[in-house]
Design a protein around this ligand. Structure first.
Ligand code: NAD
Length: 356
């Protein structure tokens, strides 16, 4: 076995149907007594429910969380946290809401208790992102890692199928790239393979019936593992491409990950055969790139970048931006081949056996 290092990240997880009932006990365990409850405008009802559960421990609700954490929102929320004297944040929602909690924690060190309601996995990572002047800055900071995560499958029952499907594929992308990360290690690889298996087998059932809590329980378990993978090891070409496309062309995050993933995997498959074998096995014994494409398609996800707003004449720019600085990838970064990858994703073509 190759030498490796492994860092365990210290998040406490409470998991299961009805786990939200432990909210007050978990807040007490954090030594907190005054929570700022964070949500998007769309999830105000869920935040109000959480505030009612918290009773006198709810300081206020802040309901302006938005995709990619605009700096103006982050600063506004930080000020509200100070004004109401919050000593912790409770973030109920997907990656955007958890991201707002992280932005507050970055400057205040307030502990975050996260209650994820999508499968994106941000709650398990020390990675933050803040958008300023049209540019998204990301980084790692141990202060932003949520101290506690409550996974309650009942809460994903209201997820629109498109968000369930694409946030789940976003989680699979974290697990796939963890398998061929530069600092991959056997523990994270175990978690990654199990994550892909859990998500691939449950997402079709979640999309068919969002109220199937057995299915969403498996999907949340997979999302947890995927987030832990993303938090523990570095990523490669797929996350680099999505960061570039999202930042420059403002494409919707989870859809973009869903569309690009099979093509990133096709790009890397000759260079990472063991990782590919594990992805294929986790998908139920299929080839990795085509298996991911077929899974996304079966979930009713958009399949081409063109249909989510990528302009044809932006592909060359995207390929240039994604290849101008060196970074780790198992296959060397070749601009022409990356442009070809992007053309396939733009058209929504199924990776072919000829590419294998
Ligand atoms: P999201 O948080 O943007 O949510 C999408 C929409 O779905 C929102 O309107 C939200 O209110 C709604 N929603 C969420 N849960 C719902 C539910 N159960 N019922 C009904 N509506 C619900 O989407 P996301 O895919 O979870 O997160 C995407 C963001 O997370 C991106 O900005 C991405 O960069 C970030 N992210 C960060 C990390 C990290 O480690 N830092 C990891 C993954 C994603």
């Amino acid at each position: 076995m190759k030498a490796f290092s492994y860092q365990n990240l210290p998040t406490r997880v409470v998991f299961g149907n009805g786990a939200l009932a432990s909210l007050n006990a978990e807040i007490e365990r954090l030594g907190a007594s005054s929570a700022l409850v964070l949500c998007t405008p769309q999830q105000r009802d869920s935040a109000e429910y959480v505030a009612r559960l918290l009773g006198s421990r709810a300081a206020a609700i802040y309901d302006k969380a938005a995709m990619h954490v605009p700096i103006e929102t982050a600063e506004d929320a930080r000020q509200v946290a100070r004004q109401v004297g919050a000593d912790c944040c409770v973030a109920i929602g997907g990656g955007s809401t958890v991201g707002l909690g992280k932005a507050i924690a970055m400057t205040s060190s307030l502990p975050i208790l996260a209650i994820p309601t999508t499968f994106a996995g941000s709650e398990m990572t020390p990675i933050y992102g803040i958008t300023e002047g049209g540019l998204k800055r990301t980084g790692r900071d141990p202060r932003v890692l949520p101290k506690t995560v409550i996974y309650d499958p009942v809460l994903t029952a209201t997820l629109p199928p498109l968000i369930a499907a694409t946030s789940g594929m976003n989680a699979i992308a974290h697990a796939v790239e963890a398998l061929y990360a530069q600092d991959a290690n056997p523990i994270i690889s175990l978690m990654a393979e199990e994550s892909i298996r859990a998500l691939a087998s449950s997402l079709p059932r979640v999309v068919r019936n969002p109220a199937d809590t057995d299915a969403s329980s498996d999907a949340l378990y997979g999302a947890w593992l995927a987030g832990a993978c993303l938090g523990a090891v570095g990523m490669a070409i797929h996350h680099k491409l999505c960061h570039t496309l999202g930042g420059t062309f403002n494409l919707p995050h989870a859809e973009m990950h869903t569309i690009v993933l099979p093509h990133s995997v096709a790009y890397n498959r000759r260079a990472t055969q063991e990782a590919m074998a594990r992805v294929g096995r986790a998908l139920g014994g299929v080839e990795a790139a085509t298996g991911l494409f077929d899974l996304a398609k079966s979930l009713g996800a958009p399949m081409s970048l063109a249909e989510i707003g990528m302009p044809d004449d932006g592909l060359e720019k995207a390929a240039r931006l994604a290849t101008e600085n060196p970074y780790y990838n198992p296959r060397p970064i070749e601009r022409e081949a990356i442009l070809e990858l992007l053309r396939s994703a733009q058209a929504g073509r199924r990776p072919t056996v000829a590419d294998i």
